[in-house]
Design a protein around this ligand. Structure first.
Ligand code: BGC
Length: 766
C-alpha cells in the first residue's frame, strides 16, 4: 500500500514540478539512477543545498521551526531523536509540505545497543566472536528501526593503541585484522540482508580516518603518520566496513599529516572514492567544518564550507555553514554545480538505499502501532545481551582457583561500581535507560537467592577529586551522573573493612565511571584512581580472598593490583544485563572465554605496548641484559597482559604447529594446524590465534601480525585439530611504494592462545 502511495506521489511530483519537462513520463522508482537524476533535474539550488544539512535535534533549533525548515526544503536529515512520535511530524513536514517531498532520514549513535545496551565495543571485541557482534548490531538495528531510526553513526573502527584516549572504549582495540573482522560483523548486523529493510539501519562507519592515533591519546589532537603504517595498520578497518556495504562514512575531527580530515581531498576523493569506490554519503563530525577555521586552514566560514565541499564532505553536521555559504560560493563560481550535484546525489542515493523513497514511513509506521511506552520491558532483548556480555569478559588472574565462587557462606561485595546502574551501560548508551540495567549487586543477589549471604559496602567513590567529578558531570548527559558519597574516604573504607571481615571472600568492583572512558575523556594516567587503590590495599590487609571485578573502558595499569588480588575479571561495561552476566562468570555458570583485543601496559609510561610493533635493530630479549636495547630500565619490558590473552576456568594445551608443506608457490596455499586440548576439568572455549612473521622483507615489518583465529569449545579431556589456511593474501603488505604484494622468502607461522606465547614453524614463499 505504502509503496503504491509513494509511486503515486512520485508521479504527482513529476507532474506538478516547476521545472518539469512537460510530456516525459517519470522514470520508474525502481530505476535508482534515472529516478535520482530526474529528481535532481527538478531541484533548485537551494533545495539541493538543503539536502546537505544534517541537524542535531536538541540543538539550538526548536522543533516547530525545524518542521518549517524541512517544509521549506532546507534540511536533509536529523539525528538524536529516537521515537516515532518525534520523527513522524518531521517526516510529515517533508512529505506533506515540502515542494519535492524528498523524505528526511533520521540518524543516531547506536554504537552498542539501542534500548537494550550490550557491552561496549571493546568488550564485544574481547569475545572474539563475530557472530556475537553481528547479533548485537542486529538487535540494535531491530530496536532502533522500530524507533524510526534509519541510520546509525557506527561502527567506530578507529584502531587505538594509546589507552589514554577515552574513545578507546568505543572501538574494537589495537589490531587491524580483529578490528576489520568486527567492522564487517557490525555492518552485517546493522544492515541485515539490505539496508532498505524496515528492520535494518544503514551503517555509517567512523571516524574516517585515523582518529585513534591522536598524539598522546589526547582527544582531538593531531595525527601524523607514515603512509605505510596508515595503509597497513589503520585504514583496513574502514575499508572492511565499506566493502561490507556501509552506506555512510563519518569524517574524523583530527588532521592527518597537516591536513584536517574534513578538508582532506586526498582522503575523501582519491582514497575513499577513487581507490575504494565508495558511493555512499559522507558527513562531517559535529561542527567539524567550522573547526577548519580553528585548525587554521580556513580564514572564515565561507572558506571552510568551500574546502569541505570540494574535499568531498556531502553533509554538514550540526552547523549552518553549507546553508549559509554554498549559495554564494556557487554564484561566484568558486564551487561548481557539479560539486554540489555530486554531494546531493550521494545524499539522495543513500536515502534511496535506505528504502525511504519507496516508503518514507517504513521505520516510522502508523500512529496506531506506536509503542505506548518506548522503554517498556517487553521491547528489551535481555537474553541476547546477557549472552553476549558473558562472552565479553576477560579473566586476567585466577590464583589458587579463587574463581568460580561457591554459592555458599558469606560474600562481601564492595566498591563504587558494585551498585552503579548508569555505569553498567558504558558511554554512548543510546536510548538505554539506566534504571533498567542490572548492577553487580543485583546480579549477585539474583544468582545467590538464599543460598549465601551477600553483604555490601560502597567503600569508596570513583574518585576523590571533586574537580574530576565536576568535569565528568559537565558532560552532555541528561543529569549529573557521578554522585558522591559524602562520607570521608576513611569512614567508607572502615565500613568496607568491617563488612569484609565477616565474609569468606571479598568481591571488589572498581574502575572508571563510564564518563571517564568517553569522548573528551583522555587521561594522563591509566591507573586506578587513588581512592579506589587505597580501598583495595585496606581490603587486601583483611587477608580474605580478594576478587577484583574491573569496569572500565580502556586498559588500566594494573601492576600493583595484579599482585594484591587473587583473581581479576575484566568486565568492561557489560550493558543492561551486566550484573547477571558478571555473576554468571563469578559463580561458574559460564566459563570465561574472552581474550584481550588490546594489550595492557604495566604503567602509563610504557604506552604504546601494541603487540604488532615494527622489528628493531636493538630489540630487548627476555632474560638477557637490557643495556643498549629498546626498553625502559626501571620496568619489565613486556606488557602486563598481552593482546589475545585471557584465562579460563579450565586449562588448554597446544601442540606444535604442523605445516602441510615447507614451501608455498605464488598463488598457492598451505595448511597450518595445531591440536588444542582441554586438559582441565570443565568444558570451556578458547581462541586459537594465527600470527605471521615475515622474516626478511624490503621494509621493516611487524614482529608478528594476527591473520586468523578460531574460537573452539572443548569438553574436559577433548582435543581438536584446528586447521588454518595460509594463502598468499595473508603474506601481503604495503611496501615503501605502497604496492600491496607478498615478497618471496621465509615466513614464520606462529600459533598461540595469546600473542606472546606462540608455537612457531617456518616456510618459504617461492
Ligand atoms: C562524535 C561522533 C558522533 C557525533 C554525533 C561527535 O561528537 O565525535 O562520534 O557520532 O558527535 O553524535
Amino acid at each position: 500500500m505504502k509503496h503504491l502511495f509513494v509511486l503515486g506521489l512520485v508521479a504527482s511530483i513529476a507532474c506538478h514540478s516547476v521545472q518539469a519537462q512537460s510530456s516525459s513520463t517519470p522514470p520508474s522508482i525502481n530505476d535508482k539512477s534515472a529516478f535520482i537524476t530526474d529528481l535532481m533535474s527538478r531541484m533548485t539550488l537551494d533545495e539541493k543545498i538543503g539536502q546537505l544539512r544534517l541537524i542535531s535535534i536538541g540543538g539550538d533549533m526548536p522543533l516547530t521551526r525545524l518542521a518549517d525548515e524541512i517544509a521549506a526544503g532546507r534540511v536533509g536529515g536529523t539525528f538524536n531523536s529516537v521515537t516515532r512520535k518525534d520523527n513522524r511530524p518531521l517526516q510529515d513536514a517533508a512529505i506533506q509540505r515540502s515542494r519535492l517531498k524528498i523524505p528526511m532520514s533520521f540518524a543516531y549513535d547506536v554504537v552498542h545497543g539501542h534500548r537494550t545496551i550490550f557491552p561496549i565495543p571493546l568488550g564485544l571485541a574481547s569475545s572474539w566472536d563475530m557472530d556475537a557482534i553481528t547479533l548485537t548490531m542486529r538487535t540494535a538495528a531491530i530496536e532502533a528501526s522500530s524507533d524510526a531510526v534509519d541510520m546509525s553513526f557506527a561502527p567506530m573502527v578507529d584502531i587505538s593503541r594509546d589507552p589514554r584516549w577515552g574513545r578507546t572504549s568505543e572501538g574494537f582495540g589495537e589490531d587491524p585484522y580483529l578490528v576489520s573482522a568486527a567492522a564487517r560483523a557490525a555492518v552485517k548486523g546493522f544492515q541485515g540482508t539490505s539496508p532498505k529493510n524496515a528492520d535494518s539501519v544503514m551503517s555509517a562507519v567512523k571516524h574516517f580516518a585515523l582518529y585513534g592515533a591522536v598524539e598522546g591519546g589526547r582527544d582531538y589532537a593531531t595525527v601524523d603518520m607514515s603512509p605505510m603504517r596508515m595503509y597497513q595498520e589503520y585504514l583496513p578497518p574502514y575499508k572492511a566496513a565499506i566493502d561490507a556495504g556501509s552506506g555512510g562514512v563519518m569524517v574524523a575531527l583530527n588532521s592527518i599529516n597537516g591536513v584536517p580530515a574534513s578538508s582532506n581531498t586526498w582522503l575523501l576523493q582519491d582514497l575513499l572514492r577513487k581507490d575504494w569506490g565508495f558511493k555512499g554519503v559522507t558527513f562531517s563530525d559535529h561542527g567539524a567544518i567550522v573547526e577548519l577555521i580553528r585548525h587554521g586552514v580556513a580564514k572564515d566560514e565561507r572558506e571552510a564550507a568551500k574546502l569541505a565541499i570540494k574535499a568531498g564532505i556531502d553533509m554538514s553536521m550540526a552547523d549552518e555553514v553549507y546553508l549559509k555559504e554554498l549559495p554564494g560560493l556557487v554564484k561566484s563560481g568558486e564551487v561548481s554545480d557539479k560539486e554540489i550535484d555530486n554531494a546531493v546525489r550521494e545524499v539522495l542515493s543513500t536515502k534511496y538505499d535506505m528504502g525511504l523513497f519507496h516508503d518514507p514511513y517504513r521505520r516510522i509506521g502508523k500512529p496506531a502501532d506506536d509503542p505506548a511506552d518506548v522503554n517498556a520491558e517487553s521491547r528489551l532483548h535481555r537474553a541476547e545481551t546477557r549472552d553476549v556480555a558473558r562472552k565479553s569478559m576477560v579473566l586476567l588472574e585466577n590464583r589458587k582457583q579463587t574463581l568460580p565462587l561457591k554459592k555458599a557462606g558469606t560474600i562481601a561485595l564492595v566498591g563504587p561500581l558494585a551498585d552503579a546502574k548508569i555505569d553498567m551501560m558504558g558511554s554512548w548508551s543510546a536510548a538505554g535507560v539506566a534504571a533498567q540495567s542490572v548492577t553487580l549487586r543485583e546480579g549477585m543477589r539474583n544468582a545467590l537467592g538464599d543460598k549465601a549471604r551477600l553483604v555490601y559496602a560502597r567503600g569508596a567513590n570513583v574518585t576523590t577529586d571533586e574537580k574530576i567529578v565536576e568535569y565528568l558531570n559537565f558532560m552532555n548527559w541528561d543529569k549529573p551522573e557521578v554522585t558522591q558519597d559524602k562520607r570521608t574516604p576513611a569512614a567508607m573504607i572502615a565500613e568496607a573493612v568491617k563488612v569484609s571481615k565477616q565474609a569468606d571472600v571479598v568481591v571488589l568492583a572498581v574502575g572508571e565511571s563510564r564518563g571517564m572512558s568517553h569522548e573528551s575523556s583522555s587521561r594522563v594516567t591509566i591507573d586506578l584512581p587513588p581512592g579506589q587503590r587505597e580501598l583495595l590495599t585496606a581490603l587486601k590487609a583483611t587477608g580474605k580472598p580478594l576478587v577484583l571485578v574491573l569496569m572500565n573502558g580502556r586498559p588500566l595499569a594494573l601492576a600493583r593490583e595484579q599482585k594484591e588480588a587473587d583473581a581479576i575479571l575484566e568486565t568492561w561495561y557489560t550493558g543492561t544485563e551486566g550484573g547477571n552476566a558478571i555473576s554468571d562468570v563469578l559463580f561458574g555458570d559460564y566459563n570465561p572465554s574472552g581474550k584481550l583485543p588490546i594489550s595492557f601496559p604495566r604503567s602509563t609510561g610504557q604506552i604504546p605496548t601494541y603487540y604488532n610493533k615494527p622489528r628493531l635493530g636493538r630489540p630487548f630479549t627476555e632474560g638477557k641484559p637490557g643495556n643498549y636495547t629498546s626498553q625502559y630500565f626501571e620496568e619489565v619490558t613486556a606488557p602486563l597482559y598481552p593482546f589475545g590473552y585471557g584465562l579460563s576456568y579450565t586449562d588448554f594445551s597446544l601442540s606444535d604447529v604442523t605445516l602441510s608443506s615447507p614451501t608455498m608457490k605464488r598463488g598457492g596455499k598451505i595448511d597450518a594446524s595445531v591440536t588444542v586440548k582441554n586438559t582441565g576439568k570443565r568444558a570451556g572455549e578458547t581462541v586459537v590465534q594465527l600470527y605471521i612473521q615475515d622474516v626478511a622483507a624490503s621494509v621493516v615489518r611487524p614482529v608478528k601480525e594476527l591473520k586468523d583465529f578460531r574460537k573452539v569449545m572443548l569438553q574436559p579431556g577433548e582435543e581438536k585439530v584446528v586447521r588454518f589456511t595460509v594463502d598468499e593474501d595473508k603474506l601481503k603488505f604495503f611496501n615503501a611504494q605502497l604496492k600491496y604484494a607478498a615478497e618471496a622468502g621465509e615466513f614464520n607461522v606462529q600459533i598461540g592462545l595469546d600473542s606472546a606465547a606462540v608455537k612457531q614453524q617456518g616456510f618459504e614463499l617461492q
